[in-house]
Design a protein around this ligand. Structure first.
Ligand code: FES
Length: 131
C-alpha cells in the first residue's frame, strides 16, 4: 500500500521559487520594495489565482545576487533550473508561460525554441533530478 506521504510527493506540483530579496543588478536602480519582491507581487497579481500547474514560493537568496532577479524551477523527477535577470515588470507573463511549460514537461526540459524569447538567454544553471 502506498503511504499518504508518498502519494503527496507523487502529486506535488512543480515549484517556481522567486527570490524576493533580489535587488536590481546595478546600485543606481535599487528600489524599495526590492525587484524580487516586485516580481513575486506582480506574478501573483497578473498570473493570479488561475489554476496554475505549478506552485509559487517566495524564497530568500538563490546565491545569484549579481544577476538581477533570480528564480528557480524544480519538481519531482525534473531537472532544476535557475534563471537570472528576470525583469519584474516586462517578463512576468513570460515567466508564467515558462513555468507552465516546465510543469507540463516530463523531465523539466523545455526546448530552447519553446521558451519565451525574453528568457531564452537567462538560464544560469541546471541541476539534474534525483532519480
Ligand atoms: S538576493 Fe536574490 S539571489 Fe541573492
Amino acid at each position: 500500500m502506498t503511504s499518504p506521504d508518498k502519494i503527496n510527493r507523487m502529486t506535488a506540483k512543480p515549484r517556481l521559487n522567486i527570490c524576493i530579496t533580489c535587488k536590481a543588478s546595478t546600485a543606481e536602480s535599487h528600489t524599495d520594495p526590492r525587484h524580487g519582491q516586485q516580481l513575486f507581487d506582480n506574478l501573483q497579481e497578473r498570473c493570479g489565482d488561475a489554476d496554475l500547474p505549478f506552485d509559487v514560493k517566495p524564497v530568500e537568496c538563490l546565491t545569484n545576487c549579481t544577476s538581477g532577479c533570480s528564480v528557480a524551477l524544480n519538481g519531482l523527477g525534473k531537472w532544476g533550473y535557475v534563471y537570472g535577470n528576470v525583469d519584474p515588470e516586462s517578463m512576468v507573463e513570460d515567466l508564467c508561460e515558462l513555468a507552465s511549460k516546465y510543469a507540463e514537461s516530463e523531465k523539466g526540459i523545455v526546448a530552447w525554441r519553446e521558451r519565451p524569447d525574453a528568457l531564452r538567454r537567462s538560464v544560469i544553471a541546471r541541476i539534474p533530478p534525483l532519480d
